[in-house]
Design a protein around this ligand. Structure first.
Ligand SMILES: [Zn+2]
Length: 202
């Protein structure tokens, strides 16, 4: 950690650890690569498809993947929707394992979906919420929305700086989680950890 951290922090973790701009970007890049390795998300020669959207998470995902493109030796391609992806998957049947759909899911979105499914008793399809499921990969899985937004801003990824950390889900679950997080920091992370534990035991 550099000397500047204490005097010029841009981010503070719930355990009060502070990071300066440079250290925060380093932390993000390392964790991003670690997650990809840990969950075997990407391998050499993969074709990675993404949906274009105005969401800040998609913007960050696109830019960071492009940044590491030559390191991974991958192709990054834009598609309109899931139907288009399924068509490509069918066409490339032989190379199926090399075709991936990248999603912008984060701790926030997945913890919300997880609680939502539990509350409404739809626990049969939880594996949809894992970092990797069939052709789907989620490289931002281990990050909070606020971390993703800050990373994008520090790197000048956004052409208009109007991106705000906004809720992807308007459901009541979301409000409930955000309230809970205020009095119990790390609750979203804890939800994701318990999801990973349940699915690993299956
Ligand atoms: Zn620093």
């Amino acid at each position: 950690m550099c000397k500047l951290c204490e005097t010029n922090p841009v981010y503070e973790f719930t355990n009060k650890r502070k990071l300066c701009e440079r250290c925060f970007i380093n932390y993000f890049n390392k964790k991003f690569l670690l997650g990809i390795r840990k969950y075997h998300m990407i391998s050499k020669g993969d074709k990675i498809y993404y949906f274009e959207s105005k969401n800040f998470k998609t913007e960050v995902l696109k830019k960071i993947l492009n940044f590491f493109k030559s390191k991974f030796e991958i192709e990054i391609l834009k598609i309109k929707n899931k139907e288009e992806f399924l068509k490509i998957l069918k066409k490339e049947n032989k190379n199926k394992k090399k075709i991936k759909l990248v999603l912008n899911s984060s701790i926030d979105s997945e913890s919300q979906w997880f609680l939502d499914k539990i509350v409404y008793g739809k626990t049969d399809r939880l594996n949809n919420l894992l970092p990797v499921f069939e052709s789907q990969i989620k490289p931002l899985y281990l990050f909070l929305d606020e971390e993703i937004l800050l990373y994008g801003k520090l790197n000048n990824f956004f052409s208009n700086n109007n991106y705000k950390e906004r809720d992807t889900h308007t459901k009541r679950i979301n409000q409930f989680l955000n309230e809970l997080e205020k009095s119990h920091p790390e609750v979203k992370r804890a939800v994701i950890n318990s999801l990973l534990k349940i699915e690993n035991k299956k």
